[in-house]
Design a protein around this ligand. Structure first.
Ligand SMILES: N[C@@H](CCC(=O)N[C@@H](CS)C(=O)NCC(=O)O)C(=O)O
Length: 221
């Protein structure tokens, strides 16, 4: 059976979990917070999530896990179009959302956890990168009703969980990034309205106390 390693408070973990649920694949969850030698043996960078495949292989990096699941189970509720260019466009949205929205906003997380102000210089840096992401997302996404048109793709799932960190970043920087992308807020509300999204959000909330207890113990916050 597939095993998903990580914790439900992680937005990257939830991307892969959503894909597994969408595709109707049988999997088990292994609660891991990382930071141990044993975990690095299954996830080379030590990050969450990682996955043990049905045949016992280990893989990590959320977008790689998504691609693996599509390649290994192509007939189970596909999330990529068949046409190579259309597939590449799905991946383009995922990549832009990760590099130019999630990663800059992620830099505010330590400040969120410690309840401190983000320095002005860092705010400027985040804004500079996110401005490129916003421009690109406005050029690429149609939200009719899904990110790239009438079919739900991997980009919809990926973007939903990228926005969890973008919300934190927006709040810490004092600039509503989501409002800068046309149609994104409405699409986000639509994406929250599914049994899978509700299950993932409930699991995330339930993991909150455990996750913060772990952070407190590990980093002395
Ligand atoms: N590029 C990675 C990022 C994963 C990531 O940043 N995960 C966080 C949890 S949401 C993590 O493991 N943080 C701990 C660390 O950076 O050591 C992916 O797509 O899976």
């Amino acid at each position: 059976m597939i095993t998903l390693h990580g914790f439900a408070y992680s937005n990257y973990y939830n991307i892969v979990k959503h894909v597994l649920l969408h595709k109707g694949l049988t999997f088990e969850e292994d609660l891991q917070y990382g930071g141990t030698e044993a975990y690095v043996a299954i996830s080379p960078v030590g990050k969450i999530p990682s996955m043990t495949t049905e045949d016992g292989g280990y893989i990590s990096e959320s977008s790689v896990c998504c691609d693996y699941l599509e390649d290994a189970y192509p007939d189970a509720n596909p999330l990529y179009p068949v046409d190579p260019l259309a597939r590449a466009r799905v991946r383009q949205v995922m990549k832009v959302a990760e590099l130019y929205l999630e990663l800059p906003c992620r830099r505010t997380i330590p400040y969120e956890f410690t309840g401190s102000e983000v320095p002005d210089g860092l705010k400027r840096e985040i804004r500079e990168v996110a401005e490129r992401g916003i421009k690109a997302m406005n050029a690429m996404c149609v939200f009719e009703p899904y990110v790239l048109g009438s079919e739900m793709t991997m980009a919809d799932i990926y973007l939903r969980y990228v926005l969890k960190v973008v919300s934190v970043g927006s709040e810490k920087v004092g600039w509503d990034i989501i409002a800068q992308i046309d149609g994104l807020a409405e699409w986000r509300a639509m994406m929250a309205d599914s049994d899978i999204a509700r299950r993932i959000d409930a699991d995330e909330e339930a993991n909150g106390p455990g996750f913060f207890a772990h952070i407190k113990e590990r980093f002395g916050l």
